[in-house]
Design a protein around this ligand. Structure first.
Ligand SMILES: [Zn+2]
Length: 432
């Protein structure tokens, strides 16, 4: 019942919004004098009086369009400022729904829209902010089949995603269609921004011809991010897009901005120039159409945490199997290889915390752990982490250091980590 009332209220709000939108557009049309309507003059007055922007800049912006790919940490502030500034048409692509863990950084969404498609939640906020902007939501995952037909409808693209496959996809599509690509990224306390494929500057492939090995890529769900970092970079992506659309001037073509929120520093470095031998924007390109980027990068085009399968099955056990071992009080050692900051959030009782990084950096740490836990070689070792990726790396490392042991005595990985534990065994266990 409550749910139905909520739905009706939402529908009602939406209808009112559409009605007022229609009235507004009529008003905007009927009062139009010259290039901007009275409403637009009142709305954008503070930026209209800037000599560097002025009526010319506003009219350019109004007749322009931008595609924001990703309605997350970067896409939220970027699209809010683009809509606020009065861009004519704003496309927004995202396949995901709003979750509670998004709200510390994705501030276009709200508690009310948890579970709602991000693009619908975002376009509703954007329309309430500026109903003169035509906002087009695409609840899809961008791929090689749909990218060109969508991107060709826009003047500029903002890469507000967090995965390598989509970066290459957007880069190649923008090069093939001749569109500037404003690319942002944010992780932990740091953010980066650059504009590709504009004013003779390099493209992403000029700088990174080959994708990095998937296991070396850290995203926000693994590495963490302070919410304000993508906020800063997303705002700067909007600024860059507005500069290009209104004044045909980029601030970050051929340059990379590095923002360090912990230090409070901004640095701009010069990037290596466009490469003649670039496979997509070079003189004789080998990439003349979009390819399979998931295959090319060996990683998924999703911003969600990836699941690696590094170990053979006999070196792993499920949460259920491990739970049985715990219940039987069978003596064993549980090694938790998360960072201490994560271990502090929550942990299973009687576990030992040694971060993967420590094991990777020091053979002494590995030997010390094995020596201390060697109880006549009788206690089996189980390794856990948050999602079951780092624990596999740790098991692999421990295996190399225990060549004297039989396979069945060697350390084992707990599949899916603490997230799977919370899902399959103990729903009261905290997740993050
Ligand atoms: Zn290139």
């Amino acid at each position: 019942m409550e749910e139905r009332v909520r739905q009706l209220e939402e529908e009602n709000r939406h209808l009112k919004q559409l009605l007022s939108l229609k009235e507004r557009r009529e008003f905007s049309k009927t009062t139009e004098t010259g290039k901007l309507s009275n409403e637009e003059i009142a709305r954008y007055g503070r930026q209209l009086i800037l000599p560097e922007f002025g009526v010319k800049g506003q009219v350019s912006l109004k007749s322009s369009s931008a595609l924001v790919v990703g309605a997350g940490g970067l896409g939220c502030p970027a699209s809010l400022y683009l809509a606020g500034a009065g861009i004519g048409r704003l496309g927004l692509i995202d396949y995901d729904e709003v979750e509670l863990g998004n709200l510390h950084r994705q501030i276009i969404h709200s508690e009310d829209t948890i579970g709602v498609a991000k693009v619908l939640s975002a376009s509703s906020t954007l329309t309430r902010l500026n109903s003169l902007v035509e906002c087009i939501p695409y609840k899809i995952m961008l791929d090689s089949l749909n990218a060109l037909s969508i991107i060709e409808q826009y003047d500029i693209v903002l890469d507000a995603t967090d995965n390598v496959a989509t970066r290459y996809l957007l880069n190649d599509a923008c090069v093939l269609l001749g569109k500037p690509l404003v690319s942002g990224s944010a992780l932990r306390f740091e953010g980066q921004l650059t504009t590709y494929n504009y004013e003779g500057g390099p493209c992403y492939r000029c700088l990174f011809p080959k994708p990095p090995p998937p296991e070396t890529v850290t995203n926000c769900s693994d590495g963490g991010v302070l919410g304000v970092i993508p906020g800063v970079i997303g705002c700067l992506q909007a600024m860059e897009a507005i500069s290009i659309l209104s004044r045909k001037k980029a601030s970050y073509s051929k340059k990379l901005l590095l923002f360090d929120g912990a230090e409070g520093s901004f640095r701009v470095i010069t990037l290596r120039p466009k490469q003649k031998g670039c496979p997509v924007c070079g003189e004789s390109p080998s990439v003349t159409q979009l390819v399979d980027y998931v295959q090319f990068c060996g990683s998924s085009a999703s911003d969600k945490a990836k699941t690696l399968n590094l170990l053979p099955d006999e070196q792993r056990l499920s949460c259920k199997e491990y739970s049985t071992i715990r219940e039987s009080l069978s003596p064993h050692i549980l090694l938790d290889v998360r960072e201490p900051s994560q271990y502090e959030i929550c942990s299973l009782p009687n576990s030992i915390n040694i971060p993967l990084k420590d094991l990777q950096q020091s053979q002494a740490a590995v030997n010390n752990f094995l020596y201390k836990s060697d109880d006549g070689g009788t206690k089996p070792i189980y390794v856990i982490c948050q999602r079951g990726n780092d624990s596999q790396l740790a098991v692999d490392l421990l295996h190399k250091a225990t060549t004297n042991l039989q396979l069945e005595q060697k350390p084992k990985d707990i599949k899916g980590g603490l997230q799977a534990w919370a899902k399959e065994i103990d729903p009261t266990f905290p997740t993050y």
